[in-house]
Ligand binder design. Structure first.
Ligand code: FES
Length: 119
C-alpha cells in the first residue's frame, strides 16, 4: 500500500477510487465493484488491503465479511484463510487475487486487473 498526501506525485494510472479512507473501519471489510470485479477492501493496523471477494471454495461472495486474524482473512462460510497481502492460502497455496492499493488525499484507490477465474 502506498500512502501519499499529494496525488500529483503518485501515478494513478489504472487505479480507481473506491471510497474515502474514513468510510473504512479497522478489521471490518467492505465490498466494492471495481472494473467489473467484486473486491473486498480491509483496513488493518492502518494499512489497506484489497482481495477478490469471491471465495474459491464454493464461490460465495463473503470474503469482505471474514474475520481478520494474524494477517489473514478467514472466509465466514467454511473457514478457508487468505493472506491479506498476497491472497494466498497457508503453505503458499493459491487463493484469491490481490490488488495494489494506495491512499491519496484521504481516498482509497485500488488497481484491479480483470483475470478470468481459473475454477
Ligand atoms: S465458501 Fe469460503 S470457505 Fe467455503
Amino acid at each position: 500500500m502506498k500512502n501519499s498526501e499529494n496525488c500529483e506525485q503518485v501515478d494513478l494510472d489504472g487505479f480507481k477510487r473506491v471510497c474515502p479512507i474514513k468510510n473504512l473501519s479497522e478489521q471490518n471489510g467492505k465490498r466494492f465493484m471495481v472494473s467489473d470485479v467484486e473486491i473486498a477492501v480491509f483496513l488493518v493496523n492502518g494499512k489497506v488491503y484489497a482481495l477478490n471477494n469471491i471465495c474459491p471454495h464454493q464461490h460465495t461472495a463473503l470474503i469482505y465479511d471474514g474475520f481478520i486474524e494474524d494477517g489473514y482473512v478467514i472466509c465466514p462460510a467454511h473457514g478457508w484463510m487468505f493472506n491479506l497481502e498476497t491472497g494466498k492460502m497457508p503453505l503458499n497455496r493459491k487463493g484469491l487475487e490481490s490488488y495494489p492499493t494506495l491512499i491519496c488525499n484521504e481516498n482509497v484507490y485500488v488497481k484491479v486487473e480483470k483475470k478470468e477465474p481459473k475454477w
